[in-house]
Write a protein that binds this ligand. Sequence first.
Ligand code: 7TS
Length: 418
Amino acid sequence: MDRFAHARTQLIGSRNVDDVRGDFPILDRHVNGHPLAYLDNAATSQKPRVVLDAIRVYYEHNNANVHRALHTLGEEATAAFEEARGKVQRLLNARARSEIIFTRGTTEAINLVASSWADSALSESDVVLCTEMEHHSNLVPWQLACARRGCRLSFLPVEDDGSLDLERAAAGWDPRTRLVAVTHVSNVLGTINDVKALARIAHDRGALILVDGAQAVPHMRIDVQDLDCDFYCFSGHKTYGPMGIGALYGKEEILEAMPPWMGGGEMIRAVHLEGSTWNDLPWKFEAGTPNVEGAVGLSAAIDYIHSLGLPATSAWEHELAAYAAAKLHAVPGVTIYGSAPARGAVFAFTLGAIHAHDVAQFLDREGIAVRAGHHCAQPLMKRLGVPATARASFSFYNTFSEIDRLAEALEGAARFYA
Ligand code: 7TS
């Protein structure tokens, strides 16, 4: 542990972390008489004022339905919505704006692929390959799709350190595998999977790859062209934007070949009573009035992330992770799950035999917000041999002193429940 950590200036690029915290009104809150220490960022992130302002300004000045009104407000709302798409395109480094489909979030993005692509591309006895560390969002839609199509769902095992063994994946490859569905960063183990290598393995064997980027996009630079993934999904609300907005990236030629998922307004070119033809990408997959305020908020969030700089926020989160690992390991009775060489700032842990819910409740009394439970990854909990864990997950607005408070409160919990 770095005993001098607090003496160092805590910088995100050129800005002090306390200054950056001032951008997030909610971080001023007190909870149960203590300053809030928000350590549940893997569940959802907090929002900077610029995001809140962008939504308010949108409703005060530009609100109208998109893609249909010829009046000025309609054109402004459409421009704001499509500009947001361009921001997402550049955030992921997608080749074309048409490869970005707005969804409600990661879950909906995966369901879109697990319906439209799966129902048109999978046949009986094909295989979909998942991993044991998937969030239910990247597991249940594939269970449903495989049941509909008569396919087999198989799983890459999680190694003891919380990593995936890609050599094992290549060696045990089933030639009927049509798609690999894998998380970029585990929401429990923190493992950063080498999805670029996995994409190469999949493509060399004629399969596609879908990457669940829910826990990656807020924390690292994503380049879907470099990763060469076929689909990439993320949620705006974990990326400092509002809830109810997210995106699916898909390679254009694959999206072109997929049938629409939901039918309704905007996704059509022409409708006759006997049948319809479809709109161009990406609108073919965006039936109905979209979440324009969500897109506007996400757009502001992306600008905000760029204003800090992803290299700077990542570097600070890396320091926080190293400090948290050292502090947590030093608390008697703490077991951390996941020690892969490449991991993010997520720590699932248990404290002796104390139930994770009791740990989380004790921490809440101290104003410290962590999640407890199975983290929507029940098969992974089974693999780890625990019913539940507590989980502290960090963002760039967290500080060393919040980690100190976490460690001290855990020692207090251990004494209280002894
Ligand atoms: N995939 C991963 C890896 C996630 O961590 C989550 C949410 C999702 C998908 C689903 O995202 P949504 O925005 O569509 O709901 N994870 C968590 C979590 O770890 N705690 O609360 C939500």
